[in-house]
Ligand binder design. Structure first.
Ligand code: MBD
Ligand code: FE
Length: 282
């Protein structure tokens, strides 16, 4: 076809009408952002001579994505979540709020309201026959190194099959999801099961889009954290278990060098509870 109409006054006026520029109501910011996004998409259609068939197949794919509630899954795959983190990192740098454990993405699988415990929690409610026991412990400190007694630590992770409770209906609600209130030294301990990696459901809309890009939808084994305390900046982060095939090839771009931890094999969990570096102990 090869028609180029984007730069014509008709199209430019049309875009302004579509974005509500000649209407009084609505949100000025919303109008400007919509106008920008529509302009970029219209221009893309023009530049790539996108056919009606291609356009309507994209509409179908977006409908399927929505029907499967997968925009939150595609989003990290397209790097938006990590991009938002990069922007927050840059803002922190600018404000000289540096140091401490780096943030990384929340992902789409957090569920609020997990059972709360003080200083220790056992996280596995369901038997996981292929799962290996994991001790997870650490200390919350502020950026000057002082312990944060009573810090709230929310932890969630998948089972040995890569399934998260609530999303994997075979699990009990809140399996492998806990809130732990740190002790007087800011420490917490959890007893759980080593998670495996996560893979985007085969054939699902998110998978179709990643395949079109020649990419996979795999994440390395990881454990999610929210850490918070009154007066301190909320931290959203994860730890990545070292040695996973996808540690440095995460479809969600969430791995950061400082968050990769080496598990330590112990025979007696009593030892693990008393000693050992922060991080997962297997
Ligand atoms: C996950 O477990 C996850 O953490 C992210 C970011 C995306 C998909 C599944
Ligand atoms: Fe996850």
């Amino acid at each position: 076809m090869n028609v180029k109409i984007f730069d014509t006054p008709e199209v430019q006026d049309f875009l302004k009408t579509v974005a509500g520029f000649d209407q009084k109501g609505g949100s000025e910011r919303g109008k400007k952002i919509t106008h920008r996004i529509l302009s970029d998409l219209y221009r893309t259609i023009d530049d790539f001579d996108i056919t009606a068939e291609e356009y309507w197949s994209a509409v179908s794919l977006l409908n399927a994505l929505g029907q499967a509630s997968q925009f939150g899954l595609l989003s990290p795959g397209l790097g938006f979540d990590h991009y938002m983190d990069m922007r927050m990192d840059a803002a922190d740098q600018e404000a000289k709020r540096t140091g401490g454990t780096p943030r990384t993405i929340e992902g789409p699988l957090y569920v609020a309201g997990a059972p709360e415990f003080e200083s220790f929690a056992r996280m596995d409610d369901d038997p996981d026959l292929d799962g290996e026991t994991m001790w997870l412990h650490g200390q919350v400190r502020d950026t000057t190194g002082n312990p944060v007694p009573g810090a709230k630590i929310e932890i969630w992770h998948c089972n040995s099959k890569g399934g998260y409770s609530f999303f994997d209906k075979s699990q009990s609600p809140y399996n492998l999801r806990r809130t732990i209130i740190a002790d007087a030294e800011g420490r917490y301990h959890a007893l759980s099961v080593i998670p495996s990696g996560y893979g985007v459901p085969e054939g699902a809309p998110t998978d179709q889009i990643l395949k079109m890009l020649g990419r996979h939808g795999e994440r390395p084994a990881h454990i999610h954290y929210f850490v918070s305390a009154p007066g301190l900046q909320h931290l959203t982060t994860q730890i990545n278990l070292a040695g996973d095939k996808y540690t440095y090839d995460d479809f969600a771009f969430a791995t950061r060098e400082e968050l990769v931890v080496e598990g330590k094999r112990v025979e007696e969990h009593v030892e693990a509870k008393q000693h050992g570096a922060d991080g997962p102990v297997t």
